[in-house]
Write a protein that binds this ligand. Structure first.
Ligand code: OGA
Ligand code: MN
Length: 200
């Protein structure tokens, strides 16, 4: 069974052009249905280990109410996605001299009622995150289930991106964005293409 068949290569020109023009790009049907199913199953099997993303060192933040699990070697299926993102990062480096060296990633689960308010992933360029990516891995999503990604492009224009299954959104980490409240369980992998190995 072929689990993994990255579609980045054929659409690479489009991705680089989108990033250049507007600072973000959306790709649909990124992987095979088998891969999406496998990564979804891996994510669901780990849900008990997810932790509230808004609580760090005992400090509670109201900005987000989702739950996350950082990805490491113990998640071999998700690692294949991270490997594909590493390769995408090298292509972005060749086009824009961005200095991407590493990928950090976590699963995210938004249960009904959960959201992530307006934020930037790299405010003031301080933390090494160059590009943010989100891969949506719930197996179905309907328009009235909320959970949209709202993103301001590099010209200040707002876009609403539906979290369609098997879709990848990639955007500059300094852009303002939010996740609207989800009405159903919304599953994803958020990954950052970084300029260094250090985790924040
Ligand atoms: C994030 C984020 C967007 C999304 O995890 O920082 O903004 O659509 N995610 O899940
Ligand atoms: Mn974000």
């Amino acid at each position: 069974m072929q689990l993994f068949d990255t579609r980045f290569a054929p659409s690479l020109h489009q991705i680089l052009d989108d990033l250049d023009r507007q600072g973000f790009s959306i790709m649909d049907d990124v992987y095979t249905a088998d891969y999406m199913q496998a990564v979804s199953t891996e994510c669901l099997s780990l849900l008990d280990a997810f932790r509230a993303a808004g609580i760090q060192n005992g400090v509670v933040s109201q900005i987000r109410s989702d739950h996350i699990l950082w990805i490491d070697d113990a998640q071999p299926i998700a690692q294949q996605h991270i490997q594909a993102l590493n390769e995408l990062g090298q292509s972005i480096n060749r086009a824009f001299y961005t200095g991407i060296k590493d990928v950090e990633a976590h699963f995210a689960c938004y249960n009904a009622g959960e959201f992530y308010a307006l934020h930037r992933d790299n405010p003031q360029g301080k933390n090494g995150r160059i590009m943010s990516t989100v891969y949506y891995l719930h197996t179905q999503w309907q328009q009235d289930w909320g959970g949209q990604l709202r993103l301001q492009d590099r010209h200040g224009k707002w876009h609403t991106i539906e979290p369609h299954p098997n879709r990848l959104a990639i955007f500059q980490s300094d852009l303002l964005h939010e996740v609207k409240e989800a009405h159903q369980q919304r599953l994803s992998i958020t990954a950052w293409l970084r300029s260094d190995q250090q985790l924040i």
